[in-house]
Design a binder for this molecule. Structure first.
Ligand SMILES: [Zn+2]
Length: 328
């Protein structure tokens, strides 16, 4: 047996797409974002490695966000088998009207948590329109407006499932949080872990304001449990959906968990001074934040309050909206 070929990192705008090969049989981790010229740019990069679109037989989506799954429908039309986490399947089918409805619901959540209604409406469309969850955070940019064509993956996977490429085995780990159906892929021969947006270099992934079956889905508690699970992957290199490889997946997970615990402590200190809305907590913790960061900060604080609530360390005050939180 020869040396295990390294995964090759291709980039489109702010996104990484990984190419794994077994002879001329190719697998991609993430489909890539779709914007004007993206497909041609990706084909050109594959061509530099001697891969044609027909060689790409499998495309595994780490999660449904459009910067990762934008080109999935195009790959499916080219004959590739699209593989995705089971709990992200509904979002991959979303039509523009569904996404508009989710924006409205997210704005309503912000208003319920103390953001002025006009500001809530203004914040969400601005960042969604700019390209999903990232552009407003300053983490990335793409050469054009991101778009996505709804699709049904050919294969839906759960934690423990395996995806094969020749003699190579990729094991799926479910890591709900960043999205309900986010998955990690462990390359059993190379040792690498494809982490999507669950683990990113020197930043804690955003958990977003998310919905499942029409209800808000508190994503921070499962995200923390997923990170706790990821700590076990010590010594393995992480290949994230954005940015450079991370030397140790386990260390990166521990770093994220420590960050979250520090933020929890700050919120608990604020609540010790009396009840507050999530918006008031954001103002207290980040008094000098830029208006375009409000959604990200609100999302984080709402998520951390969900976590304190689950741990029995915070409770909601039964009163008129906006929603107030207090220490237990
Ligand atoms: Zn994402």
């Amino acid at each position: 047996m020869g040396r295990v070929p390294e995964p090759l990192r291709l980039t489109l705008g702010a996104n990484n797409i990984y190419l794994l090969r077994d002879g001329s049989d190719a697998l991609l981790v993430d489909a890539g974002p779709d914007y004007a010229g993206a497909w041609e740019a990706l084909i050109a990069q594959l061509g530099q490695h001697g891969i044609t679109p027909a060689d790409v037989r499998q495309v595994v989506l780490t999660h449904y966000h459009r910067d990762h799954a934008g080109l999935a429908a195009r790959w499916q039309a080219e004959g590739a088998r699209i593989i995705g986490g089971r709990d992200d399947a509904p979002q991959l089918l979303h039509q523009p009207a569904d996404r508009q409805l989710l924006r409205e619901r997210a704005a309503a959540v912000l208003a319920h948590n103390g953001v002025a209604r006009e500001q809530a409406w203004w914040s969400i469309p601005a960042r969604e329109g700019a390209g999903d969850h990232r552009a407003a955070d300053g983490h990335g940019a793409w050469p054009g407006q991101l778009r996505i064509t709804p699709l049904a993956p050919d294969v839906l996977v759960d934690g423990g499932d395996c995806i094969t490429l020749g003699g190579r085995l990729l094991t799926v780990t479910a890591c709900p949080g960043h999205t309900p159906g986010s998955i990690l892929l462990q390359d059993e021969r190379g040792g690498d872990v494809f982490t999507g947006d669950h683990l990113l270099p020197q930043q804690v992934a955003t958990v977003g304001i998310q919905f499942r079956d029409g209800e808000r889905w508190p994503s921070m508690p499962p995200f923390v449990r997923s990170l706790e699970q990821t700590r076990a992957l010590a010594g393995r290199r992480a290949l994230p959906g954005h940015g450079e490889p991370v030397a140790d997946t386990g260390d990166a997970a521990s770093w994220s968990l420590r960050y979250i615990e520090r933020r929890l402590t700050r919120i608990q200190r604020r609540l010790a001074g009396g009840p507050a809305t999530a918006y008031e907590i954001v103002q207290a913790l980040f008094p000098r934040h830029q208006p375009e960061h409000l959604v990200t900060l609100m999302t984080e604080v709402i998520g951390l309050l969900d976590l304190l609530h689950e741990r029995g360390q915070a409770r909601t005050v039964d009163d008129e909206p906006p929603l107030q939180w207090a220490s237990t």
